[in-house]
Design a protein around this ligand. Structure first.
Ligand code: NDP
Length: 452
């Protein structure tokens, strides 16, 4: 019996939508896609996009202050969260609609419902209808993880933060990763009193140590009460908010407690294991280098596979899947030298090896500088920018680049091109500086600060 579709995609986020569109538009495949919530997934609806718009919103507090130093007679009124939230919601609906329209234009049939895997070639929709497909793509993403503790039912996650009716006056953020640090900065900028607990010795584990210290220092200087080596013991609802007892003996009342303690793959109740798809202990779908699962007709991309959980990576994985399965061009998604940014204030942009990782692999030279940037220095701010290159002492190749600065995300994208191409320190040196900019420091660092 012929299949209903060549491809059925479960999940309408970054990876699933890209794969569905490419398979339909470029390979002429008959494609169905099921999404149980809103088209666009985490990135568009409750992640990168609304987060970045909140980063922009929170940046104005500092901009107003700086403007006065630059001669502008401005007085900032208060931040109107409900007004911003209404505009944010309208923007997300607009983007959601674009995603939907683009899928439809490509000829993808959309099912606004949950779908599960019935067998190697069949998906079952929530109303019991079954659809068959030659290939099935699992692109169900991830969701916030909150550990079990007394009072866990009182806390919110990044899913809820965009929907708050009012901004809290005092918030406790728990975690030291991307989301915790980004929201600590965002909410601090919007005038919320922010306390952040991180259980370890320094936030942003896995990033370059010097960069982590630099970001933590800047966060503290901006007024965030960052407490390291601290975790939550219990949370109780009290008359004026949420009472939190911390492991360091500290106790205080907050209007909200936000957990940003990691994300887990959304793979429960999808019928994956019953159909023969192997899962890791984390719940992530096990895939090979081509994103194929243990069931040959079933593939998986994006956060559901817990490889590198970033939107652009999920998009590349979706595209590589289409090349492999529908275009006869076996393609492995490239997970090497993926650049990234943490949208703290200042931002942390990073690509390649940290100083610590590079040193464990062989002799290196470290070029680093920290300085007060012209723009904020003129405004009387003490902010400092950090730039760092890790160079292999034998091949001279730049192995890593770490930038802590406003717009570091923009800068690191371009540095990543050079580093991906295999640029050496001498290639950086012979590139003439663009003056006066922050990024020019990347090509003017002459003497290593450390070797070995
Ligand atoms: P991360 O994995 O980055 O950080 C999780 C944090 O929670 C870590 O500090 C971790 O501590 C801590 N933690 C974990 N379990 C517990 C616990 N039981 N009690 C206390 N603390 C705990 O996760 P996020 O939720 O911040 O983000 C998820 C992923 O989403 C990121 O890894 C990234 O891939 C992606 N993302 C990317 C963004 C970007 O590109 N700008 C922005 C937001 C998210 P420890 O270090 O000790 O393990």
């Amino acid at each position: 019996m012929p299949f209903d579709y060549d491809l059925f995609v479960i999940g309408g986020g970054s990876g699933g939508v890209r794969a569905a569109r490419l398979a339909a538009a470029e390979a002429g495949a008959r494609v169905g896609l099921a999404e149980e919530y809103r088209m666009g997934g985490t990135c568009v609806i409750r992640g990168c996009v609304p987060k970045k718009l909140m980063v922009f919103a929170s940046g104005y507090a500092g901009a107003f202050e700086d403007a006065r130093a630059y001669g502008w007679q401005v007085t900032a009124g208060g931040f109107d969260w409900p007004a911003f939230r209404a505009r944010l919601e309208a923007e997300l609906s607009r983007l959601e609609n674009i995603y939907r329209t683009n899928l439809q234009k490509a000829g993808v049939e959309i099912f606004d419902t949950r779908a599960t895997l019935a067998d190697a070639h069949t998906v079952r929709l929530a109303d019991g209808t079954e659809k068959t497909a030659r290939h099935i793509l699992i692109a169900t993403g991830g969701r916030p993880f909150v550990p079990a503790f007394e009072g866990a039912e009182h806390v919110i996650t990044s899913n809820e933060v965009f929907k708050l009716a009012q901004l809290p006056k005092r918030i406790l953020i728990v975690g030291g990763g991307y989301i915790a640090c980004e929201f600590a900065c965002i909410l601090n900028g919007l005038g919320v009193a922010v306390t952040q607990f991180y259980r370890g010795a320094q936030i942003l584990r896995g990033f370059d140590d010097e960069a982590r210290g630099h970001v933590a220092g800047a966060m503290r200087d901006s007024g965030i009460d960052l407490r390291l080596g601290t975790n939550v013991q219990r949370v109780d609802r009290v008359e004026d908010g949420l009472w939190v007892k911390a492991t360091d003996g500290h106790d205080a009342v907050y209007d909200a407690v936000m957990y940003a303690t990691g994300r887990v793959p959304n793979t429960e109740g999808l019928g994956l294991e019953a159909a023969g798809v192997a899962l890791k202990s984390s719940g992530a779908v096990e895939v090979d280098a081509y994103s194929q699962t243990a069931v040959p007709s079933v593939y998986a991309v994006g956060d559901a596979t817990d490889r590198i959980n970033l939107t652009p990576v999920a998009i590349r994985e979706g595209a590589a899947f289409v090349e492999t399965v529908f275009k006869g061009n076996p393609t492995r998604p490239d997970h090497d030298l993926v650049a990234g940014a943490v949208f703290t204030q200042p931002e942390l942009g990073t690509v390649g090896l940290t100083e610590e990782d590079a040193r464990s692999r062989g002799p290196i030279e470290v070029y680093a500088t920290a300085f007060r940037p012209m723009q904020s220095g003129f405004a009387g701010r003490e902010d400092r920018v950090m730039m760092k290159l890790i160079v292999c002492a034998t091949t001279r190749r730049v192995l890593g680049c770490h930038i802590v600065a406003d717009h570091a995300g923009e800068m690191i994208q371009l540095a990543a091109v050079a580093i991906k191409m295999g640029a050496t320190k001498e290639d950086f040196d012979r590139t003439v500086a663009v003056h006066p900019t922050l990024a020019e420091e990347l090509v003017t660092m002459k003497t290593p600060v450390r070797t070995g």
